[in-house]
Design a protein. Sequence first.
Length: 733
Amino acid sequence: MFNFVRMQLFYIPRMKKFLLLILLGVLIAPNLHAQFVDGKNLVTPSLHTNSTDLTKPFTLAIKFKIEKDWHLYWKNPGDAGFPPRITWQLPDGFSVGDLQFPTPHKIIEADLVAFGYSDELILLAEVTPPKQLPKALSISASIDWLVCKESCVPGNAKVSLDLSRLQPSDIEEANTLIARAKATLPKPLSQSTLQVEHALFDGHTLSLAFSGRDANRILDFFPEPHDAFLYRFNEFKVENGKVIMPVTLQGAMPTSVELRGIVMLDEKGYEVQTSVQAASQTSTAPQTERAQTSLLNQTFNTQAQTASLSIGLAMLFAFIGGIILNIMPCVLPVLSLKVMSLVRNASQSKVESLKHGLVFMLGVLLSFWILALAVIVLQQAGQQVGWGFQFQSPAFVLIMTLVIFIFGLNLAGVFEFSAPHLSGEIDRTLMRHDLWGSFANGVLATTLATPCTAPFLGSALGFAFSQPPHIIFIIFTMVGFGLAAPYVLFAAKPEWLKFIPKPGPWMNRFKQVMSFLLFATVVWLLSVLGAQLGIQGITAALVLLLSVSVGFWLVGQFIDYGSTRLRKFIVWTTALLLMVGTYIITFERQLRWRDAQTLVATSLPTDSKISWQPFSLSAIETAVQSGKTVFVDFTADWCFTCKVTEKTVIETEAVEKKIAELGIVAIKADWTNRNDEITQLLRKFGRSGVPLYVVFPSGKLNEPVVLPEVLTPELLIETFEKAAQKPTAEKND
């Protein structure tokens, strides 16, 4: 029977099979979506009210019953997540006020701090009716939420309440529910023995000081969201009635700051609302606040090395650094495309091979020129940017993931692009066989090269980022020439590639093998996206990649040289609708990734024997002035070179033992997401990107040792030992 069915399917025309696949997808996809990304089975919402007198304002209660060990989020979710979102459908003339959230509790998982609720959450909202009631008195609410435990699952539901059909038992239940909810709301600060003494902001830290009989009993402070700030929750400190909150500015310095939040006194929460004043240089603010600006005001002895660079030497360094980029881990994933180009061009004439090499160089140079223009524009707008800044954007990382994945599918033979003549007839396949392929190869190589620096390149770029626009343009151009130089050289001398076998069937297999290197690059980019958007970001990206693979498989299966325009239109439209629809569902509706709160604060590694501390300017200064040697690792999850160095050098057994033996303070300056303090400190060292490794000797804040980008365990240990040595005078004492 099975063979008979298979035989019948074989004889169905290809177009009919294609339409059958679409029908199956339409039937199956919604069920898969509901099974894997729906959180309805974990959270049960319901709508209640405590009044039948609809001529006066009344209260609505939205109750969420939460499964054991799972949690929902407060209005400020913390390092990740988003709070419940409610869209009301009200009778004509009715209006509803802001949601009232109960006091949350702190949730700490894997160095991430969140604020939320377990077991039950009751949100309240005040409703104001019109003077004359309409006939229809039904209230509905469309609710979206994110429920988390070890992983997060989005959910949504619609609840409704017919106000004209309420029963006495409904009112009694709602009264009990609303009374319980009001008891959990934060109380006005005036009902406590506390008062705000002052609130200061120095550009890096919010400091909130309380006075009153119970000021020393303050346990914590939960700030409400603020558009200007990205709070570093795991660095919050509460001491002697003061709350110190390190923040990262999201854009320009605000002219005025209104701080709202909940101060926790024992187990009770009290609402705080105060205006924040700018801290002056002569302020009596605590030492930890003043320390955050003094490090950037230091004059480092290492500055002279970069300042002494002439433009000629900087151009030479940029060219050499560009050449070295070809062997750095960041660029190695795209080596598959370069190897394929060399293999393909080895059998062509010398003129044709050189033409491909020059077009590849044009793609590299044009990409560097666009990048230089972006840097110039952002700098003129007052933004702090550095080398590889675009990888701090989850949108850019996602686009690169999709582009490289599609390149990989192409190499694997899943589909081929067709390039028409101006006459409309198909001439050849754009599988990087032609000049467009070489150009695209250059663009992709440049894009993947930008996350990392190389020897010589760091100094040249550090020089460039502090120069006028035309110097930035020149230095970036020299880096592009250096990156493209080896390829152009091989293209001009194809006889050097005689060791490559003659073209044959082996090239197709080789091309397919090369596709796996691109898929490995996709894995790396997904890890970067996960560091920025969390596990739900990786899940959304994988679902999107699945739809992209299906879409391009449809193109490869149902479009060929003889396809009619109608068939092409139907297949491409179906594929695009599938991919765009998946993106809208996963990233826009479920993940809501453009919400600033979706960004995950970078966390410290948990699998290392080194006790890494989070980056802050005050932490560096305090440790150095207290006699400690400090090692700062400037890194990012999108910097492949950084990750390789960490695993092969920094986290080796010998280095870990030396750090523990000498009591060195190890600080991780994570630049995965935007951090203006890290950008400014990089600039102080004459650098514009990561990796960068700096050792501050004990008691010598202005004499840091800047290590080369290429490290060895021996060099690192030797530097640690020299930096930890105390002056002779101290030894004699």
